[in-house]
Design a protein around this ligand. Structure first.
Ligand SMILES: CC(=O)N[C@H]1[C@@H](OP(=O)(O)OP(=O)(O)OC[C@H]2O[C@@H](n3ccc(=O)[nH]c3=O)[C@H](O)[C@@H]2O)O[C@H](CO)[C@@H](O)[C@@H]1O[C@H](C)C(=O)N[C@@H](C)C(=O)N[C@H](CCC(=O)O)C(=O)O
Ligand SMILES: Nc1ncnc2c1ncn2[C@@H]1O[C@H](COP(=O)(O)OP(=O)(O)OP(=O)(O)O)[C@@H](O)[C@H]1O
Length: 526
């Protein structure tokens, strides 16, 4: 394609240089530039891409797209735009032939529940014979039978457009997509025609980035504005029980396209009579004056919210509603979300991704409802992220558990001991809790001390298979580690039982064994 082919897609660009320049792709990182590639200079949180224009030209950049006016001595064409990130999204969509037009896209945002809701929706699309892609924290599914490891929950617009193009080329007709607040703030989803947007909830998180809850909320609002603007039929699906959700409803009520879900009276998608056990949840769904029985193979009230959001979106985009409800009972386990890893154990062990105070409270409430004898919680807090979450996590863990084991999560570049001290400040009775920096050791201690009927919740890392220490990823998977320890404990118990049995046998040998009976004919010495 030529530079002139992209210009009509950009917002009031000023071009200097030849429009006939051949463009084969775009890069927003100067280190990825090569011949034929146009470099898009982005002002970021750490660096200003404009500082790397010279580097990009040296590497053979075919053109420059920047918010700055053209440099006089620049040897290649220069496109002066108002917003680089928006220009990147627009140019990327044009480069890949606007793949989003071939897909029904549903975006999920909120502090917790994005991954689960997107997983459920992806399953509902596929079950309705509408092949679906998935973009989210755990992996990307491009509809070709393989999972691509996720770099971001919501990648940069250039990557999103490429991934959507692969979905389209693989025959997908839909895409379920997590939309993070970072992505919204950075215009990564600019211009995507969302058929439905889902808001799960908003609680404290990412304040290191957004600064205040209001700014965090405003980032989420953007998804609803984009969705409302994308088509007169798009649906705005909002958790009506959430305080921030109600604010969102107020903002968009005038569109007439808001659908509320929750437990509260007034929600158009309302769950009542919720019951759950180790294997899943059953509830009645009241939707638009009708009642349906829903069975979900995931546990927890929070997963009822996620199921309600997914079902409301399924209906909004035209899937057969009864079939969607039926399919839900075969929904896949979402890796690391209340995942049971103790199939044959005397006590229960769950691994969960809860890493916010609210997420942890919800996970603990769910665990409590399973009526364990004691609830033992292993948890930690990540480094280089919102520090004010740390004592709140500890307070939530202490309030919801019988025993807490505070440990490391992903310390990243911080001193793990400092993170533990920050968190420990939230305990009302710190002397009663165990604090063990080594995460494996912490899990081992919890499992060694668990007794029949107890439930151990290992919170924070869910599906992650690494621990980030000083910027380096060390292999670490809570689920594998817990299973290995359970296996080891079981083997130790079996060995102990055998030893005891041998001891008993030996004791019997000393006292109980019947005396040799010389009167009995010896068959062999006869
Ligand atoms: C804080 C944040 O979100 N940063 C994202 C942002 O980077 P940035 O704007 O800060 O980039 P920067 O380092 O200041 O550099 C500015 C520009 O200069 C360029 N550059 C830089 C150096 C160089 O030599 N040459 C060059 O061209 C960079 O490529 C960039 O375009 O834009 C980049 C491109 O899209 C992202 O990769 C990067 O994600 C970082 C790695 C990240 O970790 N983000 C996390 C916090 C994130 O986005 N998380 C959410 C999920 C959160 C959740 O729900 O848990 C996500 O959607 O994944
Ligand atoms: N609807 C919900 N409301 C509150 N907590 C939830 C909800 N859904 C899930 N959780 C809790 O949050 C954890 C993360 O869930 P999930 O991965 O679905 O959310 P997420 O929004 O994708 O999280 P992240 O943005 O951190 O990737 C779960 O393990 C569970 O403890």
């Amino acid at each position: 394609m030529k530079l002139r082919d992209f210009i009509p897609h950009l917002d009031k660009p000023a071009v200097s240089g030849s429009l006939d320049t051949e463009i084969t792709g775009f890069a927003y990182d100067s280190r990825l530039v090569g011949p034929g590639i146009a470099f898009v200079a982005i002002r970021g949180t750490h660096a200003d891409g404009n500082a790397y224009i010279g580097k990009a030209v040296e590497l053979g950049a075919a053109a420059i797209i920047s918010e700055q006016a053209p440099a006089e001595d620049c040897a290649v064409p220069w496109v002066h735009v108002r917003h680089s990130r928006i220009a990147l999204a627009q140019a990327a969509a044009a480069l890949y032939g606007h793949p989003a037009k071939a897909l029904t896209i549903a975006g999920v945002t909120g502090t917790n529940g994005k991954t689960t809701t997107a997983f459920l929706l992806h399953h509902l699309f596929n079950s309705a014979q509408m092949r679906s892609g998935l973009l989210g924290t755990i992996f990307y599914d491009l509809g070709g039978g393989e999972h691509v490891p996720a770099t971001h929950t919501t990648p940069e617009s250039l990557e999103i457009q490429g991934l959507l193009a692969s979905m389209r080329d693989n025959g997908c007709r839909a895409c379920a997509m997590e939309v993070s607040s970072h992505a919204l703030d950075q215009d990564r989803v600019f211009g995507l025609p969302f058929a439905a947007a889902i808001f799960t909830n908003l609680t404290q998180d990412h304040l290191d980035y957004h600064g205040t809850m209001e700014k965090y909320f405003e980032a989420k609002v953007r998804l609803f504005q984009i969705t409302a603007d994308s088509s007169p039929r798009s649906a705005l699906i909002i958790n009506g029980d959430d305080a921030w959700g109600r604010k969102l409803v107020q903002r968009f009520e005038h569109t007439g396209r808001v659908v509320r879900f929750g437990f509260g009276v007034g929600c158009e998608f309302r769950a009542i009579n919720v019951r759950y056990d180790f294997t899943g949840t059953t509830f009645e769904l009241e939707a638009r004056g009708r009642s349906f029985l829903v069975r979900l193979p995931l546990i927890g009230d929070f997963n009822v919210y996620n199921a309600l959001g997914a079902l409301a979106a399924a209906q909004a985009v035209g899937l057969n509603f009864r079939e969607a409800i039926r399919s839900l009972q075969n929904a896949p386990q979402v890796p690391g979300r209340m995942e049971r890893v103790s199939e044959n154990s005397r006590f229960q062990v769950f691994v969960d991704y809860a890493h916010t105070p609210d997420g942890l409270e919800n996970a603990l409430r769910t665990a409590r409802a399973l009526r364990p004898r004691r609830l033992i919680t292993v948890f930690g807090c990540g480094g280089d992220r919102d520090r004010s979450k740390r004592p709140k996590m500890a307070a939530a863990a202490e309030a919801g558990s019988d025993i807490c084991v505070l440990t490391s999560d992903n310390p990243r570049t911080e001193d793990p001991q400092q993170i533990l001290n920050d968190a420990k400040a939230g305990f009302a009775r710190p002397q009663k809790q165990a604090i063990i920096a080594d995460r494996r050791e912490a899990i081992l201690t919890a499992l060694q001390n668990a007794r029949e009927g107890d439930l151990v919740l290992i919170a924070g890392k869910g599906h992650e298979d690494y621990q980030d220490i000083q910027g380096k990823k060390h292999p670490f998977d809570d689920r594998k580690i817990a299973r290995a320890i359970l296996h080891q404990l079981k083997a130790e118990r079996a060995a102990e039982r055998e030893e005891k049995a041998a001891e008993r046998e030996a004791m019997r040998g000393g006292f109980d064994r019947p005396p040799d009976r010389p009167d009995r004919p010896d068959r062999f010495n006869r």
